[in-house]
Design a protein around this ligand. Sequence first.
Ligand SMILES: Cc1ncc(COP(=O)(O)O)c(C=O)c1O
Length: 392
Amino acid sequence: MQRVEKWYFGRFGGRFVPETLVSALDELEAAFEASQNDTSFGAELDYLLKTYVGRPTPLYLARNLTADWGGAKIYLKREDLAHTGAHKINNCVGQALLAKRLGKTRVVAETGAGQHGTATAAACAMLGLECVVYMGTHDMARQQPNVQRMHHLGAEVREVSAGLGTLKEATSEAIRDWVTNVRGTYYVIGSAVGPHPYPKIVRTFQSVIGRETRAQFLEIESRLPDHIVACVGGGSNAIGIFSAFLEDSSVRLTGVESGGESLDCGKHAASLTKGRPGILHGALTYVLQDEHGQIDITHTISAGLDYPGVGPEHAALRDSGRVRYVTVPDRAAVAAFRELCRKEGIIPALESSFALAHAREIAGSMSGEQAIVVNLSGRGDKDLGSVPSHED
Ligand SMILES: Cc1ncc(COP(=O)(O)O)c(C=O)c1O
């Protein structure tokens, strides 16, 4: 197959899909490119981001954490305050508008933590689109509040019991549905993963996080932040915030994967740290796989990070060294979750707690003049069943 340069980030990305999807991806790419040059599309998206999603989300100086961690100032980009409780809504509103533009009446999506499913269901309700969300059995059990929210929002939630019953299997099922019903159906992918043009589309719709953070930080501190930290599942909240700072070499960028129980015992979801290049869900990227190239089992307390692959742009940013990717074990994320609840009165998503735990690790070695921005990708109401309210 001939390599089409614009499908790739360095050597990663591409389009490894069945023939039946090629024209749908071409059609999507053309609609997306046209929408980017269409002022009425931009105006409608801006209007919905402001009045429906609740943007701009605040940039909050966490004074108690800053004092306790004894070093850099800690700022939180409050995506937990966006409608439906996570950054996922930015992308869903954008893609649901694209679905309308393409004349599609039915939407399919996959979800792990349920935040993307909930955001898709909300955007579909608002724009009058039929919505089917695929979710693994294991994730349905650990993220029940979001299953109920999707039902109330009028979506059909289809349970996927194959494999581990997590995001990988749900994604495969959503793709299967899309292949079968491609004429009238739009696939709203929930992270910066998948075949071209999805990683670019998701990055574009999430880049509002980075643009706002940059403007807000400049206004408060009259300079750029020293360090930006975000958790990485598929990588959408991270690429959203990083995108505005990639050209600024003074700003350190760190993506945090789940180290699960431990990297040594293999029970983790650290695709960039422990994976090898391979193909997953239509793109070449870092993938957790065994010695035969079979996709490996993942393990983490956080449903939204429980994925054996990662967006191809992150794979390229890892190789170029522009972004550093680290892991945090589940137990450190749970400790950070508890600390934010008690010290700042904010219940964070477990996913975001991984980023917070890494900020805690590095803050003490930085000076009081320096600042870290943590992307607080979502709120933790969905996780109350996974984290006991008392120390064990
Ligand atoms: C609150 C929250 N943060 C982060 C993620 C991870 O996804 P991504 O890496 O695409 O931002 C999820 C996924 O469900 C999520 O719900």
